[in-house]
Design a protein around this ligand. Structure first.
Ligand SMILES: [Zn+2]
Length: 349
């Protein structure tokens, strides 16, 4: 969009994005600035099926047809792109933080839907992209802490609320080989919990490597699921979770001992830092500082950056996380909801 037609207010933005073709062009251009490419094989030899607003890859493989939503945080949501874009507009431009209730009223969805959208958009802003992890992805869990026995009873009850049965905190890790990492505190290792996280962060069609934990059975519906049986060996060719194991040993060295007695909320902050440092491991200190600074002082993300293209753009999105200031009750409820689901825990900037 150029400066003349660019919406200036929420109302203008909603009008502008109410045309599904405008929405599609807008997101497609941001996502594929150099031309539409197949999310499965990367080929640019694709044709557009105008009646269904999807593309079809001319290469031979499953999932030949794809929409602009494929592989993004919008994919598994029935909510239209028009509403997503309006919600992003609201979240990006509200300087004091915005609650799911305000979004629900603003764009006409239920509070539950708005909460889901808010969570996904915050996540995208924190991770710097709307695109999910793809390619070869390792998934694993680890336990942290577990010194609950030595705590006073009151302290223990306050601090280990939400932890696993042994008092340990369960941390789930999702690692794109040679790429990005996501960490999340999870309440348990049930099928529902673990698979929901995989689906939240990993694009369908990716190869997912796990150990033989039964909770991962069934992932092969959406992924190529490769299982390594650790009782037999630690690697079978490319089938291993060694990347994740390395990550845990790094994490264990710094977290266990230092952070065993912190509240889960603070632990998630710490995990965020770890994932951030990991993802920016190839940058020098100066570059990491600038990136961190941007995140601290009211994040400035370009639409290109949000959609995974790191070239600069002059369309700026500003997000500010209110700090230290007491928020209205409904917003605090949102935060609590985040803390309970570990939503704030997952990222890789
Ligand atoms: Zn293809």
């Amino acid at each position: 969009m150029d400066a003349n037609t660019q919406p200036q207010t929420l109302l203008e933005a909603m009008r502008y994005f109410s045309d599904p073709d405008v929405c599609l062009d807008f997101v497609a251009l941001l996502r594929w600035p150099n031309g539409v490419a197949c999310p499965t094989c990367g080929s640019v030899d694709v044709r557009f099926l105008a009646t269904r607003r999807v593309w079809e890859c001319k290469s031979k493989h499953p999932r030949k047809q794809f929409s602009v939503k494929v592989g993004t945080i919008f994919e598994d949501s029935p909510i239209g792109l028009d509403k997503w874009l309006a919600a992003i507009w609201m979240i990006a431009n509200d300087k004091n933080g915005i609650s799911s209730y305000e979004i629900a009223r603003g764009i006409g969805v239920t509070q539950k839907s708005a909460w889901f959208m808010l969570h996904r958009i915050r996540l995208a802003m924190q991770t710097g992209t709307f695109q999910k992890l793809s390619g070869d992805v390792e998934v694993d869990e680890t336990f942290l802490g577990g010194k609950a026995r030595n705590m006073h009873k009151d302290v223990r009850e306050r601090k280990i609320h939400g932890r696993g049965p042994s008092g340990k905190i369960i941390v789930m890790g999702i690692l794109e080989r040679h790429g990005r990492a996501r960490l999340a505190v999870v309440p348990n290792r049930d099928t529902t919990t673990l698979q929901a996280k995989v689906r939240e962060h990993v694009a369908p069609g990716a190869t997912v490597y796990t150990d033989e934990l039964a909770s991962y059975a069934g992932l092969d519906v959406d992924y190529l699921h490769e299982v390594i049986n650790h009782a037999e060996s630690y690697a079978r060719g490319v089938v291993h979770t060694n990347g994740m194991e390395n990550f845990w040993s790094l994490l264990g060295r710094t977290v266990d001992g230092t952070y065993v007695s912190v509240e889960p909320f603070h632990l998630t902050r710490y995990l965020d830092e770890q994932a951030y440092r990991f993802d920016h491991r190839k940058e020098n200190d100066g570059e990491r500082f600038v990136g961190t600074f941007e995140g601290t002082v009211g994040r400035r993300l370009t639409y290109d950056k949000l959609t995974g293209n790191v070239e600069s753009s002059d369309v700026l999105v500003t997000e500010r996380q209110g700090r230290g200031k007491r928020k209205p009750k409904e917003q605090r409820d949102d935060r609590r909801q985040d803390a309970n689901t570990g939503a704030n825990a997952i990222w890789a900037v």
